[in-house]
Design a protein around this ligand. Structure first.
Ligand SMILES: NC(=O)C1=CN([C@@H]2O[C@H](COP(=O)(O)OP(=O)(O)OC[C@H]3O[C@@H](n4cnc5c(N)ncnc54)[C@H](OP(=O)(O)O)[C@@H]3O)[C@@H](O)[C@H]2O)C=CC1
Ligand SMILES: O=C(O)[C@@H]1CCC=N1
Length: 275
């Protein structure tokens, strides 16, 4: 189910972990109208940039005096066990915890934060930093409709939201769209390197590769009803250059198999991080 975002933000929010993803989400929320006066950010060693940002926008660094309506967990999955004891008193039965931790299940989250009333497990991606992300999310049965609306508003600040009925699917979401931007950035790197091998000056090769991925992504975004396969066919002249390149990428199912292996490896890693 997809619910469109609606600015139904919580009155109080604690962000635990303001690294790459936590900061990206925070900026999106504030841009879309989350009241900074109700926001606390907890991070053990806030960078000077984060401190300056919080001061400028009016967000408090540190722990709130009373448990927040929403606690967003954005620390690394590997640090959940060590971080959780200090968080237990910050989560009340009225607190909704939204976790973006790869792999950590709703059950694991509840085991570590038994004081919290309800949990949403979400997997956003880095383009959320510019509102162009996509998030997969699942709510536990204790999440009320009002809490779900608030979770949706927060997650939708980063782009589209796919609510899933089956928690087991979240690790696959992580492997496809959570980690996915890195695959695309790697393609940009590889394309530039190949261009250099073919004689292009490095700076030109990088600009060509980057602009190509930007343009292809923009075309996908501009033509949502057109399948990626159709757009690929539009580039591929019979007997032309693209066909020659695609024969290499597809030869022996090379690229599909490689991508399938990569996504399976990411999903497996998410499962390993679950406990
Ligand atoms: N990066 C991405 O594209 C995506 C990440 N995620 C998930 O988001 C989470 C964060 O990832 P990412 O932002 O990349 O990681 P970062 O390492 O950039 O951010 C984690 C932040 O949490 C801080 N931190 C560590 N311990 C605590 C603590 N006890 N209390 C509060 N803050 C703490 C870290 O501080 P310090 O550095 O000083 O230790 C750091 O600032 C992960 O669980 C990941 O699975 C989900 C989707 C996409
Ligand atoms: O690499 C990771 O584990 C995190 C989760 C998805 C994207 N980054």
């Amino acid at each position: 189910m997809t619910i469109s975002g609606g600015g139904d933000f919580p009155a109080s929010l604690l962000l635990v972990g303001a690294g790459r993803m936590g900061s990206a989400l925070l900026q999106g929320w504030l841009k879309l109208g989350l009241d900074p006066g109700g926001v606390h950010v907890l991070d053990p060693a806030p960078s000077p940039e984060l401190q300056a940002f919080c001061t400028t926008v009016g967000v408090k660094l540190g722990v709130p005096a009373t448990p927040p309506e929403v606690l967003v967990l954005a620390i690394k999955p590997q640090t959940l066990a060590s971080a959780a004891p200090a968080l237990v008193s910050l989560a009340a039965p009225t607190t909704l915890v939204i976790s973006i931790l790869a792999g950590k299940t709703l059950k694991t989250l509840a085991d570590h934060l038994p004081s919290a009333g309800a949990f949403v497990r979400a997997m956003p991606n880095l383009p959320a930093a510019i509102g162009a992300g996509i998030t997969g999310a699942v709510a536990d049965p204790a999440v009320t409709p009002e809490q779900k609306r608030k979770a949706d508003a927060l997650l939708a600040a980063g782009g589209r939201v796919e609510w899933l009925g089956d928690e087991d699917l979240i690790d696959a979401v992580t492997a496809v769209s959570g980690s996915g931007p890195a695959y695309v950035f790697y393609l940009a790197e590889c394309l530039a390197e190949a261009g250099i091998v073919e004689g292009l000056p490095p700076a030109v090769a990088e600009r060509l590769a980057r602009a190509t991925i930007e343009g292809a992504g923009a075309l996908l975004a501009a033509l949502p009803e057109v399948a990626a396969a159709k757009l690929r066919a539009d580039v591929t002249s019979p007997g032309g250059t693209t066909e020659a390149a695609l024969a290499e990428l597809k030869g022996g199912d090379a690229l599909p198999k490689l991508i399938a292996r990569a996504v399976a490896a990411a999903r497996k890693r998410a499962q390993q991080l679950s406990g």
